[in-house]
Design a protein around this ligand. Structure first.
Ligand SMILES: Cc1ncc(COP(=O)(O)O)c(C=O)c1O
Length: 151
C-alpha cells in the first residue's frame, strides 16, 4: 500500500479551508497548520511557540502561561497547560512546568518579572467551558492579547 503524508503536499479543499479561516482569524495570522484533534492542535501550538523563540536564538523563552481553570486537552502538553485537577494528578511527574495567572493584572506582574522566560500564553477565548462555563470579558481577552502579542 502506498502512503501519502500531508506534509509538503496540498490539495484544493485544504487550500479553500485555509482561505476561509484566514478571513475570520485575527489580523496577522496568515499561516494554517492542520492538526487532527484539539489536544494535538494544542501540542503543535506549544511547539511552534517554543520553536519560534529557539530559532531566534532565545532558547530560554520556553515557558507557557496558562489561565487558572483552563482545560486544553488530554495529551501531555495539553494536560500541562490545563488546570490541576484529579484527572491530571496521576500524571504530575509528566506534566511540563507552566506559569499560571488568574487575570491580566497577574499577567502584567508576571511579564514584568519573567518576560525573558516566556514563549507564549494559551487561553480559551471568553469562556472556560470545562472549567465550569466561566465567562470573562472581551476587554480582558484584549488585555491578554496586548500584553502577549503575536510575534
Ligand atoms: C478548549 C479546549 N481545548 C482543547 C480540547 C481538546 O480537544 P480534543 O478533545 O479534540 O482533543 C478541548 C476539548 O473539549 C477544549 O474544550
Amino acid at each position: 500500500m502506498e502512503q501519502v503524508i500531508f506534509a509538503g503536499f496540498t490539495h484544493e479543499p485544504a487550500e479553500q479551508l485555509a482561505e476561509r479561516l484566514g478571513k475570520i482569524v485575527p489580523a496577522g495570522l496568515d499561516r494554517v497548520f492542520y492538526s487532527d484533534n484539539g489536544s494535538t492542535a494544542v501540542e503543535v501550538a506549544l511547539k511552534i511557540a517554543v520553536q519560534y523563540w529557539y530559532n531566534q536564538g532565545r532558547r530560554k523563552k520556553n515557558r507557557i502561561i496558562a489561565l487558572e481553570h483552563a482545560y486544553h486537552g488530554d495529551t501531555i502538553g495539553a494536560m500541562s497547560v490545563s488546570a490541576d485537577s484529579p484527572f491530571t494528578a496521576t500524571f504530575e511527574a509528566l506534566r511540563l512546568a507552566v506559569l499560571r495567572v488568574h487575570d491580566s493584572k497577574e499577567l502584567e506582574r508576571l511579564l514584568r518579572d519573567r518576560k525573558d522566560e516566556i514563549a507564549a500564553m494559551i487561553v480559551e477565548p471568553l469562556v472556560q467551558a470545562a472549567g465550569g462555563m466561566l465567562v470573562y470579558s472581551a476587554a480582558e481577552l484584549e488585555r491578554f492579547s496586548a500584553l502577549v502579542p503575536s510575534p
